[in-house]
Design a protein around this ligand. Structure first.
Ligand code: NAX
Ligand code: ADP
Ligand code: K
Length: 519
């Protein structure tokens, strides 16, 4: 697990490290710059001629120090500074003095020569408003150097990207590599900032969790090395009942594929059994395409006793994929929501039904608590909140939290960077796995299946939703590695689930012994 910080958190921890713990900020700056040089070495990058574009803040200070360290190693460095000298920070002033004392010249007019690399040190996490005037021109120039073939290295965050939201404040540098310090920032992972960040490298500079005394970071993500501690334990003497029975209520006359994609994902994730409630027209195709599933198929309308019996059997309910929003589906959802015994995952048309019928929304809210996970895509989220896409674009995190609060549940708000939020929990999960190949029909059904499969193995709702989203993204990456982002389909994502959940035997055994991580 890794923390993802906003600008205020980073400033607070930087300050604590220098003022309370006592590591001088010039030392932190030197470590940051040494980290940048080290990361160039790690990536085998040996630029001969570089341009450093520095602002008057501490990000600029990092830039001058990086340039100085590279010059020591023989790189030809051109230093350029922008901004009002009256606003220079003490650390940046000191860096300027060091350069002056070392005999370097510093330009105030940009030299349009050829460079192998441009170091973007104009703004870091201190950017607080839209970029204008001289800065706008500079960012355009830096991007032009990039278009002409120079490698663009951003320090901490590409200048112009908002560290808290990933929004572009006027215009931003398009980096090839961003080296950030201590922890990744939200803007590195939230779009469009993620696209501008390029390859992200995080370097330790001496700021640690010891500085979290005034509050922990509000966001985190998972990494591959966490899987061992996160995957549900398997009992060696378990049977298919031990690993969970999932009731999948999905599919309709024209949508059978959703049952298959979702149902297969449930079993591929390790749950023991799946039973599908779906219209009779889907019976033959399901038996052929998905022989592992048990079925209750109905002709005109499902019998309440049969639904009841299925609910008695189930450990977890997944409802919605391909369900359609007709009256029969509405009735089915009502039965499912009224039975509050087992945890439930609602996706797709299940959510559209909640949005269209306030009574169902109310029933969902009543069963909330730890027992409900919803997985809306942006369109479903907007429908549920009766808002519009414009508001979604303005403050997505606020809307997702609002929805979690209203339904008292866990929301996995799907998007290119999926967020997971739980009602009453301050910490949010920001997903970092996956790629645009996953924007393909049925991909969401796979996520609903993974979530149901993990929930059936006894995971807590919030951790289950975070892990499901992460695994789903990893399976998407695996699918694109094989089929490419153009050609991959949701079925490829299903088939990739086992690969991303496979631990080497020794890791698997260790995973059984390590207690599950608390977050
Ligand atoms: N001890 C520390 O504080 C450390 C800080 N470090 C670096 O310091 C950076 C943060 O430094 P600062 O807080 O000085 O901030 P920045 O260097 O990011 O720049 C902020 C400066 O730009 C001005 N500004 C903000 N938005 C503007 C706009 N749109 N147009 C024009 N001017 C604008 C601000 O008023 C401020 O003077 C980090 O990103 C990181 O690179 C690192 O050296 C690690 C240690
Ligand atoms: N550009 C992207 N990068 C990463 N993940 C993506 C991207 N686009 C879509 N996804 C993921 O793909 C899934 C699409 O789900 P959804 O829209 O519900 O598809 P469907 O309705 O076709 O099943 C979501 O989990 C989403 O997070
Ligand atoms: K920068």
């Amino acid at each position: 697990m890794n923390y993802i910080l906003n600008a205020n958190e980073m400033k607070m921890y930087d300050r604590d490290t220098s003022e309370r713990i006592g590591i001088p900020s010039m030392v932190l700056m030197e470590r940051a710059s040494l980290g940048v040089v080290e990361s160039l070495k790690e990536q085998n990058l040996k630029p001969d001629r570089i341009l450093v574009v520095a602002g008057m803040g501490n990000n600029g200070g990092d830039g001058l120090a990086v340039g100085r360290l590279l010059a020591e190693k023989g790189t030809e460095v051109t230093f350029y500074i922008a901004g009002n000298p009256d606003k220079v920070t003490p650390e940046m002033r000191r860096q300027l003095l060091i350069l002056e004392n070392s005999g370097f010249s510093i330009q105030r007019k940009l030299e349009l020569a050829e460079y192998d690399m441009v170091v973007d040190a104009l703004f870091g996490i201190g950017l607080s408003r839209n970029v204008e005037g001289e800065y706008l021109e500079l960012i355009r120039e830096i991007n032009n150097f990039g278009k002409r073939g120079a490698l663009i290295l951003s320090l901490d965050i590409p200048s112009g990207v908002c560290a808290d939201t990933g929004r572009i404040l006027g215009m931003a540098v398009r980096a090839d590599i961003t080296v950030t310090f201590a922890y990744a920032k939200r803007g590195h992972f939230l779009y469009p900032g993620r696209e501008y960040t390029g390859k992200l490298v995080v370097k330790n500079i001496g700021v640690t969790e010891k500085s979290f005394i005034k509050g922990r970071p509000g966001a985190f993500c998972y990494e591959k090395k966490d899987l061992q501690g996160l995957l549900p334990k398997r009992s060696p003497w378990g049977n298919k009942g031990t690993f969970g029975k999932v009731l999948l209520v999905a599919g309709s006359h024209d949508m059978c594929g959703a049952c298959i994609l979702c149902g297969k994902s449930i079993l591929r994730t390790g749950a023991g059994m799946v039973k599908i409630i779906t219209p009779a027209c889907n019976r033959t195709i399901l038996q052929e395409a998905f022989p592992e599933a048990m079925l209750y198929t109905f002709e005109d309308r499902p019998e309440p006793e049969k639904i009841q019996k299925s609910l008695d059997w189930a450990d977890v309910v997944v409802a919605g994929p391909g369900l359609s929003t007709g009256d029969i589906s509405g009735e089915l959802m009502e039965y499912l929501l009224k039975d509050k015994r087992c945890p439930m995952v609602i996706d797709a048309d299940g959510l559209n039904l909640l949005a269209a019928r306030r009574e169902l929304f109310r029933l969902a809210k009543e069963r909330g608590g730890k027992k409900l996970i919803i997985t809306p895509h942006p369109g479903e989220l907007v429908r549920l909140l009766k808002t519009d896409r414009e508001e979604y674009g303005t403050d997505r995190e606020k809307l997702v939290s609002e929805l979690a609060g209203e339904l008292c549940c866990v929301v996995a708000a799907k998007d290119a960077a999926t967020l997971v939020v739980e009602a009453g929990r301050e910490e949010i999960y920001i997903n970092t796995s996956g790629n645009d190949g996953m924007a393909t029909a049925g991909s969401g059904d796979v996520l609903a299946g993974i979530t149901g499969g993990l929930l059936a193995q006894g995971m807590d709702s919030f951790r289950c939703a975070c892990l499901s989203v992460y695994l789903h993204g990893l399976a998407g990456e695996e699918a694109s590695a094989g089929k490419g982002r153009y050609g991959m389909t949701a079925s490829d994502i299903v088939e990739a689930i086992p690969t991303v959940m496979t631990l080497r035997d020794e890791d698997f055994l260790r995973c059984q012994k390590t207690p599950s991580k608390k977050i």
